[in-house]
Write a protein that binds this ligand. Structure first.
Ligand code: 1GP
Length: 250
């Protein structure tokens, strides 16, 4: 089952940009999920990503089931650890932290969780995950116990993404970390996008629709926004409009 990946590739080929709303199961109650679904359906959101570096509550299944029961927007897991898996989702970003040198997050945890992940029946999307320095420590930079990629070293980002792609990773996700002070620069996005064919997901600290638009112009294929939407769910509409206004290829 490669439905989500095929769709991401087709959209990339057309230059069609996607907007993913990140939901942290710890931070939403059923009423908030209901409101997010309503705003997201109206705005034409492309994906829900569900996960977080720490999932403290036991609400992952519940949140995923509520999303699936109330709309057709695909739900993709973005797990902070191998325990964050819900069979009710559509797909799973199977992350290897290729920007870091912590063997546990490169391959160790994958070995432990492989049988469980396979049994889930989810579409597994092999993802080269690159955490970029977001100006101050973020939860992901701390928890991963790995040095984030320096924010001004475009060549390192480029070579890391190229290596990830050649190792067979299907998508590349560059993340400044949730709530990052400084989102990833357009220069870095462009440097990476020019070297890879894989769909490029960008997130971390994006709070304004113009920045989302510029990221897409620089080569991002999917923009992920969590924090800014937690603060103001009405931002969904403006963000979707900005991301979807990027002209597609002729
Ligand atoms: C975090 O890339 C995501 O992993 C989204 O970041 O919460 O800052 O939007 P924000």
């Amino acid at each position: 089952n490669q439905y989500l990946y095929t769709q991401l590739l087709e959209k990339k080929q057309k230059g069609q940009k996607s907007f993913a709303v990140l939901i942290d199961p710890d931070k939403v109650n059923p009423l908030a999920v209901e409101q997010l679904v309503k705003l997201s359906v109206e705005a034409g959101v492309d994906y829900f990503l569900v996960g977080g570096s720490l999932v403290i509550s036991n609400r992952l299944d519940e949140v995923v089931q509520q999303l699936k029961a109330s709309c057709d927007i695909p739900v993709i897991l973005f797990p902070g650890s191998p325990s964050q898996i819900s069979k009710y989702a559509d797909g799973l970003l199977y992350l290897s932290l290729i920007s870091g040198r912590n063997p546990e997050l490169l391959i160790g945890q994958h070995v432990i969780s492989a049988p469980f992940v396979k049994q889930s029946g989810l579409e597994i999307i092999s993802t080269g995950y690159m955490v970029v320095d977001g100006g101050a420590p973020t939860t992901v930079s701390y928890i991963s116990n790995a040095t984030p990629l320096p924010s001004d070293k475009n060549e390192i980002a480029m070579c890391t993404a190229m290596a990830g792609e050649m190792l067979g990773m299907k998508v590349i996700y560059m993340d400044a970390g949730s709530g990052a002070k400084r989102p990833i620069s357009e220069n870095m996005i462009q440097a990476v996008a020019q070297q890879i064919e894989a769909p490029l997901i960008i997130g971390g600290g994006i709070t304004d629709p113009e920045k989302a638009y510029r990221n897409c112009k620089a080569g991002a294929d999917v923009i992920v926004i969590g924090n800014a939407i937690e603060k103001d769910p009405n931002l969904i509409k403006e963000m979707a409009a900005a991301i979807h206004s990027v002209p597609v290829k002729a």
